[in-house]
Write a protein of this length. Sequence first.
Length: 767
Amino acid sequence: MSLRQNKTVNLIPTRIELARPLPPLTYLAPEGIPPGVRVRVKLRNGAAMGVVLGPDATPPSVKLKAIESIVDPFPLLPPNLRDLLAFAADYYAVGVAHLMPLCLPNVLVPDWKVEIEKGVRLADLRDEGRWTELAALGDAWHRGEKPLQGLLHRRERRGAGLTEVRRTGVPHPLKVTPAQAKALVALEEAGGAMLESDLRERTGVSAAILALLESKGLIQRTKRLDLLSRRREEGLDHRVVLNEEQCAAAEAVDLARFGAHLLYGVTGSGKTEVYLELAERVLSQGKRVLWLVPEIGLTPRLLARLEARFPGLVALGHAELNISEKQADVVRLLQDEAPIFVGVRNAVLAPLRNIGLIVVDEEQESSYKSEEHPRIHARDLAIKRGQIERCPVILGSATPSLESWHSAQQGRYKLLRLTQRPLGINLPEVQVVDLRDAYREQRKRVVFSKSLLAGISDSLARGEQAMLLLNRRGFENFWMCRSCGKTLDCHHCAVSLTYHKGAYRLRCHLCGFEAVPPEVCPHCGANHLRGVGEGTEQIENQLQALFPKARILRLDRDTTSRKGSMEAGLLAAERGQVDILVGTQMLAKGHNFPQLTLVGILNADQGLRFPDFRAAERTFQLLTQVAGRSGRADKQGRVILQTYSPDHPAIACAIRQDFEGFAEQELRYREALAYPPSTVLALYRSEGDTLEIAKQALEAQKTRLSPIPGLRMLGPLEAPVSKVRDRFRMHLLVKARQRSAISTALAATALAPGGPVVLDRDPLSFG
């Protein structure tokens, strides 16, 4: 119902914050509407969802529009989560409206057709402005005293074999029937994909109409193979008896109060078993568990284990779920029906009440930090949420971030150690191949050393698996003209194009631009173009030639773009249906392949070349994690590490699996150069049509920051990648010894929403 047509409601000027790059706007809204309620409003260029901030004491002297409609009867988010949103909005200098879509998908809209309490309809309450009664209902709902089942419309998640309908890129034809148009509009409103059963129920269209749309190329219907559901059906609860270290770690966690714990355990030491033990204790107390993982690829196997131990009690949240799936599990959380919630970064803001434990697995992963607005860090917000919820937080890793390790050394986090793999399973043996010696011996650049080829042959002969890691996609890294020396670069970004042989395209991995490879150099006209460097696609091709009978599987972003392909590949590898795995860093962590005994790292020092003070830390973490995939069952593992820099501290320590030795050296280096964790950072980024325009915006920001004490500023300087999507980029880096100095600076020099300068607090990427 539109409130503009309602004459019984007293409308007053109310500040509404939109999830747009705009300052809060003032609309007319019902008197008494509480802050935190979502509303729909009209903008010049369409409609938008907004969040009520409260009455506007000094409204603008113009004619105000009324809000279109009210989405929520009362603030749906639990009070503790609203406190976390307020903290995050202040800390990251963003609006609550920008954070709320991470908690509640915009598709989640209450169903006002149901009666919610004693036969009183929400429309009646809204007409009479009885917000006090709604607030009482909301308080009772949040306390769980009156759960109000049926308040939210809900779709059940269903099992395997469902058909999904997806909108294609074909534009609308000029003439479609009303029924066809209804189906197309519903698809686009749902984000482009829906389960066929949901689409037909919502629109009333028949299967024949969908078949006709498919024949015209307007939609695509595919059978969804829900591998997770199949594995849940097959899975058993394989409980293990915790060893002495695992028991000690679990007992050290006080479930009755807040505390940050760093669970540092070597790869394969059983950190997940500790999480499961603590989760079981928390659930027995009637509380809930929030479980974060860094990547979607880590969720299938974890979900199988959780479903086996806690059947029907697990909800899931990540970006690849379709609209119905997202809505179903969020509603389960709001109605307290899912005591365990597993998700990636945004799940830290899930509407989960009465949390008794927060787990952050692989806490060192950079994917917990968003590189898009709002630029939150889920690991840090998990600590704050644990403090608000008064529950323990477990950060787990075999290679902790230096920030977390430093906090543990300083006593802010409690350090828990797992130093051994389960009985009978040893850490893998590591062999180093110096590629400089291999080059001198063979008089050419070496991709596969003799030791690596022999190791692969031995593994295949024993019926075991091998894994090769190269953190480069495509066939060749770039093309260069041997005559003029120039490379083929992206027309829109300051990076070279990568050659993908299967698609016969040169592609930019930043903006997606692609081109057919030219026959002659576009710069000088010579026909001396050559590819340089290897990617995973080329490695796969070479292995097929060297081992024609081997079953080879490549897993990288190019081969796992289709929904379910990553899970299918991992499942095949775990079941022994693959002989050689080839992939990028997505294979490095969290996976368990029982038959895998050999790991080959083709170019171990590749990551050391990036202009980033964290390059050594990331290289050490990647090498240690991928080495830990080997020998995780009862077979001895082996790692062959090829490198041009065997003496670099990151590589030397990774060979010995010596995290503490590496951390000691690296922390001294960071302290000397005033980088985290000894300091805190804020990065101001600007973009413009030219570098000079981008620089001027940052110069103005630097002038505003200069009077604030305790800051050290570097820049403005060109970003390492100075142009992306035809926009030139500059950086201004701000350092401080205390977080309070950065907070003071942000409060004193607030950025205008949608302006030329954006802020990244606690940045992890400087690209």
